[in-house]
Design a protein around this ligand. Sequence first.
Ligand SMILES: C[S@@+](CC[C@H](N)C(=O)[O-])C[C@H]1O[C@@H](n2cnc3c(N)ncnc32)[C@H](O)[C@@H]1O
Length: 245
Amino acid sequence: MFTSRLVRKILQIEFKVINFNHFGTKTSYYENIIAKETEITTNQLVPEIKLHLITQNCRLYHAKADESELHEPFFAFFWAGGIALTRHMLDNPNLVKNKTCLDFGCGSGASSIAAIMCGAKKAVANDIDEVSLIAAKMNAKLNNVEIETDSRNLINHPDSFNYDVIFLGDVFYDEEFAVQILPWIQNLISANKKIIIGDPGRHAFNVCKNLNLKLLQEYKLPENVCTENNGFQYGYVWEMHKSTD
Ligand SMILES: C[S@@+](CC[C@H](N)C(=O)[O-])C[C@H]1O[C@@H](n2cnc3c(N)ncnc32)[C@H](O)[C@@H]1O
């Protein structure tokens, strides 16, 4: 009994080793899956940027979660809030020109890519999902730009204060998470950092109290983006200022 379990375990380990050996490294293993399971598209209100995304033409768009080798591939969707934020940046490059930028919860890395296209001094794509950062690097390469990546949880981290501008593209998807990040954002504002938020009107953002927000832009989202984003029809770009109370 014990021996057969042990043999099974060894076989499983060997299978994983063979899997990675076949592709070289963990990075190339995921690069292969991302290339296979996504399509390169510009059909997201941001035609300037090519992205590897799971669209309605892809197998995984219609598959069940357990039919995917990618666990929760948030990075393979361009979220409505991120789309609005990225569009706004490309339309207003001075927002980031010669600035250092942190793309918190970067997903596909589109906002970091846009920042470099707009002349940012540096753009760091940050996500706690390491596969997301592999996708962000692939996307940067597709668009011939260089971005940096950081997989650390930077909430309340002193290194998050090293940037001039912080992007928050569609990160208010959950009330608990919103409560976690808001005090950190307020501290960044107190340290004179510019906070730019893209959001499609999510409940978790709407219920945040006493936010001092300035609406920078409202975008009507194209039909395919609405369909892929649970019906949200608009994307809003906000600058957050210090709360008054
Ligand atoms: C809804 S997606 C938005 C992706 C992208 N900004 C966009 O708009 O397309 C939210 C992302 O936040 C990431 N995330 C969640 N918690 C995080 C944390 N503590 N630090 C950095 N990223 C985080 C998730 O992995 C996910 O990729």
